[in-house]
Design a protein around this ligand. Structure first.
Ligand SMILES: Nc1ncnc2c1ncn2[C@@H]1O[C@H](COP(=O)(O)OP(=O)(O)OP(=O)(O)O)[C@@H](O)[C@H]1O
Length: 330
């Protein structure tokens, strides 16, 4: 009988699945395309992302997670089922344990929703663990020691900031701000300053290709095409790194404030450890050019980026399930 453990990183932007003995078996965007009449699933993940913003009236695309929380449970369950079906080795109810990660300050209702999703997949245990702890483990931090470690996970819909020691979170904050908010800010900035409407995916491409959160670190330009607000016709324009900096400045400021607020409530002994250990950045937002420079300047602490920021959470589920750390909330 097939009985294995799986880990799921249920991210606002990407869903990753770890299968015991096989490693990462799914790494796809958290998007589903549905037939609007029959409600049948047309595409999920990468294939659904290609359809986003380009669908005829009989197809709709959904992102069932917003700011780290499940906003459409039916679509979420359909998306998970369809993604897991891509791995023939994973058979529902033949999974022994499932470990699912949630944002650090999830409400009880959000926590329970995730637990219910897990209960439909696994025969035995469903473990729901906080993302910042799992990401820290996946980034290679030894959080079991009596020493302070700080991690910042900037995902698609949330930013989780936490100080960890002796195997758990000592102080933390989870902001409902992530990469998708930066995309929206870029989109709105271009609409306002250039009278041009662009799609969500173009905005993300602009952010990734020319974006910076620290002036002077990057001076690139990208040509994009959208719809002119006035004429309604297609039009192209050039967007610079400075434009993206201006668009994202306010949200970056909120993240910075939140980091400082966590540092302010950290016990002094652990604060002292941070001078030696520094802060580790995980999540896709860790790739934002200038982030390390900005945080170094503002916090006067060493800032490190994890080797594979987008895979820290899923790697952490593997380490937790393999008993590298005690699982706390069975
Ligand atoms: N090179 C890059 N530069 C800037 N941002 C990037 C880069 N690569 C990915 N991102 C952003 O990272 C975000 C996705 O990160 P990640 O997969 O860690 O989030 P998630 O786990 O799905 O979300 P959450 O944890 O908030 O639920 C997206 O907003 C994406 O645009």
């Amino acid at each position: 009988m097939f009985v294995k453990d799986i880990g799921i990183d249920l991210g606002t932007s990407n869903i990753l699945v770890y299968l015991e003995g096989s490693g990462i078996v799914i790494n796809e965007p958290s998007i589903i395309a549905i037939d609007t009449k029959t409600r049948a699933v047309i595409a999920v993940g990468e294939a659904a992302k290609l359809m986003e913003g380009r669908t005829p009236s009989n197809i709709s695309t959904y992102r069932p997670l917003k700011s780290g929380a499940i906003t459409d449970l039916d679509m979420m369950e359909k998306l998970i089922s369809a993604l897991l079906a891509k791995v023939p080795m994973i058979k529902k109810r033949k999974i022994k344990r499932v470990l699912i990660c949630c944002p650090t300050n999830n409400t009880n209702i959000e926590f329970k929703t995730i637990q219910d999703i897990g209960a439909k997949l696994a025969r035995n245990d469903v473990i729901v663990e906080r993302e910042s702890k799992v990401a820290a483990i996946g980034a290679g931090l030894d959080i079991s020691q009596s020493a302070g470690n700080m991690m910042i996970d900037i995902g698609g819909g949330t930013t989780d900031i936490a100080i960890l020691s002796l195997g758990d979170i000592v102080s933390s904050v989870s902001l409902k701000i992530g990469g998708t908010d930066f995309d929206n800010d870029v989109l709105n900035y271009i609409k306002k300053k250039r009278n041009l409407i662009i799609g969500q995916q173009t905005a993300e491409r602009v952010k990734i290709e020319v974006g910076t959160v620290y002036l002077g670190i990057k001076n690139d330009t990208i040509k994009i095409t959208g719809r002119d607000i006035v004429s309604g016709l297609p039009r192209s324009t050039e967007i610079t790194s400075q434009d993206v900096y201006m668009a994202c400045k306010e949200k970056v400021g909120y993240i910075l404030q939140a980091i400082k607020s966590v540092l302010e409530i950290t016990p002094p002994e652990l604060s002292a450890d941070l001078i030696e250990h520094g802060i580790i950045l995980t999540g896709g937002g860790a790739y934002m050019p200038g982030l390390r420079e900005l945080l170094t300047e503002e916090l006067q602490l060493p800032i490190h980026r994890a080797e594979f920021p987008l895979e820290c959470v899923i790697k952490g589920t593997e380490l937790l399930l393999n008993n590298a750390y005690i699982i706390s909330n069975k």
